[in-house]
Write a protein of this length. Structure first.
Length: 256
């Protein structure tokens, strides 16, 4: 099934799609360090995968969607103590995402769903502010930040001892990359990573102003990466995509 990737489409194709749908997915994710074994593009790869799966599931139900070009940078302050991490200022995230949403709305894609693979609280706040600002500029729009990452209830799908503390570059994110891009996972390094359950204290430590090292993630991971499998990644991706699809279909049913 061919998906509607905006960057692959010409202006006529975009115009034709806008006659069929007003829904656009906007993947967002930082260039962020994910321990020693995963690429810095982990969050955006995951977000794009969920967009693709959701778009296919919706198309099977007769609902077309646009997948906008991803925003590959975001606010990633907590992990900015590791080499290769790139973070944007809060106001930069707001401005960039707001402008992209307004641009999509101008050409008919007035229901924009922000699909972010990065749950740092300040980043989510920036995305929500961007969504609000876009709607102020174009009141005909609806822009929402999907809760797929934290609202899908994937804990039951994991096999590690403490899925509730599997927060960053642990079993779930490693499983996602083993499923989507196994070529980018350093398997030799992965085997050296012991379980790290400092995630139990992560929220309070982060709220106190600590970076990842101060939060107990001295190698930029919280959880049990070695518990990950590609099969678990498939189940998690499907759970994420179903969560997104259910929300969209429920919204459409309420408007019908």
């Amino acid at each position: 099934m061919k998906l509607n990737y905006m960057y692959e489409m010409n202006t006529r194709q975009i115009q034709e799609l806008a006659r069929k749908t007003d829904i656009a997915f906007l993947p967002v994710g930082p260039t962020e360090v994910h321990s020693q074994h995963l690429p810095v593009g982990t969050d955006i790869e995951s977000a794009i995968d969920v967009c693709e799966r959701a778009a296919r599931k919706l198309a099977e139900r007769g609902v077309e969607t646009l997948i906008a070009p991803p925003v590959n940078y975001a606010l990633a302050d907590a992990v900015n103590c590791f080499v290769g991490n790139i973070t944007l200022r809060y106001e930069t995230v707001v401005a960039v995402v707001e402008d992209v949403c307004v641009g999509l709305g101008k050409w008919g894609f007035t229901h924009v769903i922000l699909m972010c693979g990065h749950a740092e609280p300040r980043n989510i706040e920036a995305l929500k502010e961007a969504a609000e600002n876009a709607v102020k500029r174009n009141p005909s729009m609806r822009v929402e930040v999907s809760d797929w990452l934290l609202g899908s209830g994937i804990g039951e799908l994991l096999h590690c001892e403490h899925p509730e503390w599997d927060i960053h570059a642990g079993e779930s994110e490693t499983a996602l990359m083993l499923n989507r891009r196994p070529d980018l996972v350093d398997m030799d390094m992965l085997q050296t990573l012991e379980p790290n359950w400092e995630g139990e204290f992560f929220a309070e430590r982060l709220a106190a102003g600590n970076d990842f090292i101060g939060c107990g993630a001295v190698l930029a991971y919280l959880g049990d990466p070695r518990a990950a499998t590609a099969e678990t990644g498939e189940k998690v991706y499907e759970r994420y995509a179903d969560h997104v699809v259910d929300a969209i279909l429920k919204d459409r049913a309420q408007k019908a």
